[in-house]
Write a protein that binds this ligand. Structure first.
Ligand code: GLN
Length: 498
């Protein structure tokens, strides 16, 4: 039997081989860098720095040789370009930050580096993480002269999902064994679902937001994306934990070893199935795959419990008021003075602000700034923003009501499989509506994940969403891992990916 190629190894297996010195960190890094350079057509990567990558890899090899291996020593990973990094430009997919060089690393980046992971590069994303298709990036991916959408490795005429589309595409195409993403309203779960990989967004506050370029601060959360729950658990264990000096919303909950309970039995696990996630808008192919996954869970000893999340539909208007409101305020820092782009020709200061922001931001970002400024303005604040905050609380309460009768909640991640490039790009509302199943959990700040659950129309992957109660990450990963022990959806690969 020939041994599997490096890029087919799981993070767990690769870490084991690295520690046994069957492969070196430098070899692993070079292998993946070679694959990334040979696969520009996906548009997944926006920056590499071979020297920095190999320096990190050599340090990992030295620690391993000295018997001081760390948990992820030598494992190559890549970061969504929303995390600031010292060794790579940090753009958030925006012209506003093109070429921006951060003087420091985001906490998530530091924590993974401290665990020994080696950074391969930065991944394309929607501008300031606003989008569901990764068609909103203003940065030219590696190998491109102009900005280009990320493509789905399962079908290059389709979107990979967004906003962490580069992250999901890279894992599916085996350009990295694992990556980071961020999820404000679904951006880890939905691209994971569209690209047939596994991703988890922890409880709001478990991962530090320090150095994550802000979109909507009360919702933004970082998390890992990889092929399996087991691999996500390894990364999540490194990422989570308090960061009191740098992120005031980081919670005082100690880091946890999320791998420990992966194999626990799920006999008797009560899985809540919200009626509202299976209504008219759900495409039949997605429904069939999700139903199949729920049946599999029953075989594994879980019990399905019908539940209701009555305000599911309201999560769309609520999110698309709150997220733009926070974005309009967060993005006010991009004024041509402190960071990044500044217009060349301008008259007075106000003219400089106007021209800088008109040139630097893309259409979707401008749309959100306008919506946000509107819902926060005098006279509209009570009618929109305040109402949305009240309903947000009710949505969170609905989950607490549901968790009285179940341990985790399961349903689809998105109403359809990945759509065609360009199909919804002229219609922002069509994009917003596709977020319906991920937004409720985001608004409530709950942990959620997506795991491969089958295939739908055009042979495209379908994800199953699992939502847990606060700090229920271990349970989610355990439920996902047991499912992955019994199924092989997460091991399937896109046809063109060798
Ligand atoms: N699609 C949602 C939006 O555009 C979610 C994005 C995200 O989670 N970053 O806001």
């Amino acid at each position: 039997m020939t041994s599997p190629a490096l890029h087919d190894l799981s993070v767990a297996e690769l870490a084991r081989q690295l520690q046994k010195r069957e492969v070196s960190a430098v070899e692993a890094a070079q292998h993946f860098l070679g694959r990334i350079q040979a696969t520009p057509e996906l548009g997944a990567f926006v920056a590499l720095n071979e020297e920095a990558t190999l320096t990190q890899a050599r340090a990992a090899d030295e620690r391993i040789a000295a018997g001081q291996a760390r948990a992820l020593d030598g494992v190559p990973i890549a970061h969504k370009d929303i995390f600031v990094t010292k060794n790579f430009p940090s753009t958030a997919g925006s012209k506003m930050l093109a070429g921006y060089q951060s003087p420091f690393d985001a906490t998530v980046v530091t924590r993974l580096a401290d665990a020994g992971a080696v950074t391969l590069g930065k991944l394309n994303c929607d501008e300031f993480a606003m989008g569901s298709a990764n068609e909103n990036s203003a940065i030219a991916p590696l190998g491109f002269e102009q900005p280009a959408p990320v493509r789905n490795p399962w079908d290059s005429s389709r979107v990979p999902g967004g906003s962490s589309g580069g992250s999901a595409a890279a894992v599916a195409a085996r350009l990295a064994p694992a990556v980071t993403g961020t999820d404000t309203g679904g951006s880890i779960r939905q691209p994971a679902s569209f690209c047939g990989i596994t991703g988890i967004k922890p409880t709001y506050g478990r991962a530090s937001r320090y150095g994550m370029i802000a979109f909507a601060s009360s919702l933004d959360q970082a998390g890992p994306m990889a092929r399996s729950a087991e691999d996500c658990a390894l990364l999540l264990s490194a990422i989570c934990g308090p960061d009191p000096d740098r992120d005031s919303t980081s919670l005082d909950v100690p880091a946890e070893d999320f791998s420990r309970s992966l194999n626990d039995s799920i006999e008797g696990l009560r899985i809540g199935v919200p009626a509202e996630f299976f209504g008219e808008g759900l495409a039949p192919d997605v429904r069939a795959a999700v139903d199949g996954a729920l049946k599999e869970y029953e075989k594994l000893g879980a019990t399905l419990v019908p539940i209701s999340l009555p305000r599911t539909e309201l999560s769309i208007p609520v999110y698309y008021i709150i997220a733009p409101a926070e974005a309009s305020s967060n993005l006010s820092r991009f004024d041509g003075v402190k960071f990044g782009h500044r217009a060349k020709d301008y008259g007075d200061l106000t003219d400089m602000y106007k021209k800088t922001r008109a040139e630097g931001f893309g259409d979707e970002v401008k749309r959100r700034i306008m919506i946000g400024a509107y819902v926060l303005s005098h006279g509209y604040y009570d009618a929109y923003y305040l109402q949305a905050q009240k309903i947000r609380r009710m949505i969170a309460d609905d989950f607490q009501q549901a968790f009285k009768s179940c341990d985790v909640i399961a349903g689809p991640v998105a109403p359809t499989v990945a759509w065609k490039l360009g199909e919804k790009s002229a219609d922002p509302v069509a994009n917003y509506l596709a977020d319906i199943f991920t937004l409720p959990g985001s608004l409530a700040g709950l942990p959620g994940m997506s795991l491969p659950a089958g295939f739908g129309e055009g042979g495209m992957p379908v994800g199953l969403q699992l939502i847990g109660n606060y700090f229920g990450e271990s349970r989610l990963l355990n439920a996902a891992h047991r499912f992955q022990q019994a199924t092989d959806f997460h091991l399937r690969r896109p046809e063109g990916v060798k």
